[in-house]
Design a binder for this molecule. Structure first.
Ligand code: PGA
Length: 262
């Protein structure tokens, strides 16, 4: 029997939860729902500060933790950084890398490339965020994306591709971007196909087919199914809606029902 591909839903709490007590309550509520779903893998990405205490609350393998960012060296005189080695030591298996918030604060494609390599060397799955800041009538955003992809994935061994998750996140659709507009599943599909093409030119079609894609940017309970059905993705990266336990639970349930309806 062909194995049904699971949907991956990532909760990106950013720095919005600011007490351990609320982090524990939110994690417990999201875990309770996620643990019941057979067709959905859930990753919760709290602030680094809460990874360790929340790791003690993980039960089973359906709801796990991810870091929001990671450094590219294993150890050394680097202040306030978290190394992939430290994540591995605490059994954290995934990290978001190259989120637009970090890119806006100076993270270059070259740094993202180093972080991806450091994750892979430590068996951490990088969830690499890719996305244009704006769309332009002359299609310049495609050039921008191509450079972002080529530089961010530079120097990776082909075999690594099966261990990478790519999140397409158009910055103009992220809920906290001033003047954010909604992206459509069609916008997403076009760009995921484009990103796949760039990656297959770099690494070959067979390998690039193994990459898992997510969509992120104002995902809510009302648009989650459309992105999964029509967006060419097998998962979602959820920001604002993930800090509301009920709203996030609804997104998880929508994803589970979507798989069952296929
Ligand atoms: P949003 O955030 O869902 O609030 O738009 C997504 C993200 O920034 O990862």
């Amino acid at each position: 029997m062909k194995e049904i591909q699971k949907i991956l839903i990532v909760a990106n709490w950013k720095m919005k939860i600011t007490s351990l007590d609320s982090a524990k309550k939110l994690f417990a509520a999201e875990k309770a729902v996620g643990n019941k779903l057979r067709h959905v893998e859930t990753l919760i990405a709290p602030s680094t500060m809460y990874l360790e205490p929340l790791s003690k609350l993980v039960t089973g393998h359906r709801v796990l933790l991810a870091a929001q960012d990671v450094f590219y060296e294993d150890a050394g005189a680097f202040m306030n950084e978290t190394s992939p080695k430290m994540l591995k030591d605490r059994k954290i298996t995934h990290s978001i890398v190259g989120h637009s918030d970090r890119r806006a604060r100076g993270e270059s494609n070259a740094i993202v490339a180093q972080k991806i390599r450091a994750c892979l060397a430590n068996n951490i799955v990088p969830i690499v965020c890719i996305g244009e800041t704006e769309r332009t009538a002359d299609m310049n955003h495609l050039k921008f994306l191509k450079t972002q992809i080529t530089e961010s994935f530079a120097g990776l061994p082909k075999a690594a591709l099966g261990k990478i998750v790519v999140a397409y996140e158009p910055v103009w659709a992220i809920s906290t971007t001033p003047g954010a507009r909604d992206a459509t599943p069609e916008d997403c599909r076009e760009m995921v196909l484009f990103i796949r093409k760039v990656l297959s030119d770099m690494f070959g079609l067979a390998k690039s087919n193994h990459i898992r894609f997510l969509y992120g940017g104002s995902v809510e309970r009302d648009n989650a199914e459309a992105f999964l059905r029509e967006g060419e993705v097998s998962g979602l990266l959820v920001g604002s809606a993930s800090i509301d336990a009920k709203h996030f639970a609804d997104i998880l349930i929508v994803a589970e029902q979507y798989v069952k309806s296929r």
